[in-house]
Design a protein around this ligand. Sequence first.
Ligand SMILES: C[S@@+](CC[C@H](N)C(=O)[O-])C[C@H]1O[C@@H](n2cnc3c(N)ncnc32)[C@H](O)[C@@H]1O
Length: 294
Amino acid sequence: MTISRTYHDVEGSVYILPADKAETERLSLQHRVLTRSFRDRLWTAPLDIQQLEGADVLDNATGSGAWLFDLAKRCKDAGVTAGHLIGTDMTDKQFPQLKLQDVGAKSDGAPSLQIANALALPKEWTNRFTLAHQRLLTFALTASEWPRCLSELHRVIKPGGYVELSETAHTLFKYPIGTPGDRFVQQHLFPLMDHLGLSKVLPTTMEEMLIEAGFVDVRIVEVDIPLNEKRGAEAKEASRNFHDAFCAFSEAVVKAGLVSADETGHRALIDAVRNQWNREDVHHKFVAWSARKP
Ligand SMILES: C[S@@+](CC[C@H](N)C(=O)[O-])C[C@H]1O[C@@H](n2cnc3c(N)ncnc32)[C@H](O)[C@@H]1O
């Protein structure tokens, strides 16, 4: 497997996935897949879109800004004039060329995408946001960085405001031993996660970490996303999305020097995993946590 993708160049970050056009397209597809799975909701916190009138919203580690653009459109459709809609990421490699105004955001202030590290958000943002959203940093933050990230989110949310997180729980999924899924997880994914200090049990520790960061009223919503393509067009999209992510993981494993660069072997394994998803009707579990800053 040749290293064909473009990655971020942020020093100190362990983030695994590429930061190129193909990954930007995958993030758009993934946004569709995930939003649909959460019954077309952008958040699970008990917050009505009307409550965003005049409110500042943060999308931390926004990637391509898919969630934020969707929010801007929904605010417009609902006749809500939010305050500032801000997307941050440690790199701008996947920021769209499009300005939020182009998709019809009706923000009074200047909506913006800017570079900021989730571990050190701007000092002047203390007590600012009514809603802070963050999705899919499982493969970006080490186990020891998570408390700092949650503490930063707590700092920038205003009292009474909400944090909304969502992450994959597929690392907890038990494929039957010796099957392709199990081999992929045990021989590729977990060694890579161990090598980088990532948490393989993040979903089981998140609630406690949120409480330790000072949040209250933690709510948890789990969804199961079918990956069996025989279930129809939506499952096909989900399967394509996670298959592409698995390909990127495999390249990351090779890049880290943890397995040989045997091109056909890796592809064959990932294709066998996909066949297993169809054969055994595998689902990909995702979890959303919402919590309030008192
Ligand atoms: C899997 S992508 C998810 C993007 C977006 N949240 C979404 O769901 O479409 C993870 C993103 O986190 C960003 N990231 C990784 N580590 C970060 C950090 N320490 N601070 C800010 N952004 C980070 C990456 O650059 C990437 O854009």
